[in-house]
Design a protein around this ligand. Structure first.
Ligand SMILES: C[S@@+](CC[C@H](N)C(=O)[O-])C[C@H]1O[C@@H](n2cnc3c(N)ncnc32)[C@H](O)[C@@H]1O
Ligand SMILES: Nc1nc2[nH]cc(C(=O)O)c2c(=O)[nH]1
Ligand code: SF4
Ligand SMILES: [Mg+2]
Length: 207
């Protein structure tokens, strides 16, 4: 039977939650509690968490319980990721986290309407289902995955849409990183408004 997901955000399909170090982007190196929500229809062929795609596979979990769990750890920051977390209304979850003084960070493709109250929005646009243009001014960080040479052009299109203070990152697609990373290095040296982001948690063998 299809699980009914209430629209008020009090129950969310939770794939996993874990306390670790943010491995990517601007907040790399900071302790954070990760909340991974199930469900995504963006369809990146290189997605490193395809097990997240089917929301039905992940139990509907009380947002209050998720907040309790997050508050057990000393690092008072959460990263809400997925799957595509913005499929869901995240107003309730982020309100409850902020009530406890926990910082709220999101990893999103931007393909769904923005909800929630965020201290940090990492927008990672995808060609397979482009972001809604209305999210771009709110991104604190643009993190474009580079799989082939044509992705640099795609990255520049989004850099032109985000706010002038938005941090700009190019991140090699993991399976192609041996070939792609030298191109990113060259690109960043020639275009220093960009920085490299590596998936450092994969090198550190942590979640
Ligand atoms: C798994 S996604 C979940 C959040 C959201 N759906 C998104 O794509 O932003 C988390 C981050 O991992 C990145 N990512 C996913 N697969 C990757 C891969 N194979 N190599 C590098 N980065 C990857 C995404 O671009 C995103 O920034
Ligand atoms: N350590 C760690 N950092 C991350 N940054 C973004 C991740 C994600 O899958 O959203 C991720 C992840 O899965 N682990
Ligand atoms: S949008 Fe994110 S979760 Fe969805 S397929 Fe792409 S990388 Fe994976
Ligand atoms: Mg990941």
């Amino acid at each position: 039977m299809k699980q009914a997901i209430p629209e008020d955000g009090t129950l969310l399909p939770l794939m996993e939650e874990f306390y670790t170090i943010q491995g990517e982007g601007f907040n790399t190196g900071k302790a954070a509690y990760f909340i991974r929500l199930g469900g995504c229809d963006v369809g990146c062929h290189w997605c490193d968490v395809k097990e997240s795609w089917d929301a039905e596979m992940h139990p509907l979990t009380s947002s209050d319980v998720i907040v309790e769990n997050a508050d057990r750890f000393p690092g008072k920051a959460v990263v809400i990721t997925g799957g595509e977390p913005l499929i869901y209304n995240l107003d309730y979850l982020t309100y409850k986290l902020k009530e406890r003084g926990i910082l709220t960070f999101i990893e999103t493709s931007g393909a769904y309407p923005l909800s929630g109250n965020w201290d940090w929005i990492c927008l990672s646009p995808k060609k397979f289902k482009a972001p809604r243009p209305d999210i771009t001014p709110f991104a604190h960080e643009l993190k474009v995955i580079i799989f082939n040479k044509s992705d640099f052009k795609w990255a520049e299109e989004y850099a032109a849409m985000v706010s002038p203070t938005c941090k700009l990152y190019l991140q090699p697609e993991w399976s192609k990183s041996k070939e792609i990373t030298p191109l990113i290095i060259e690109y960043v040296m020639a275009n220093p408004k960009w920085e490299i982001s590596l998936q450092t948690h994969k090198f550190l063998n942590i979640p």
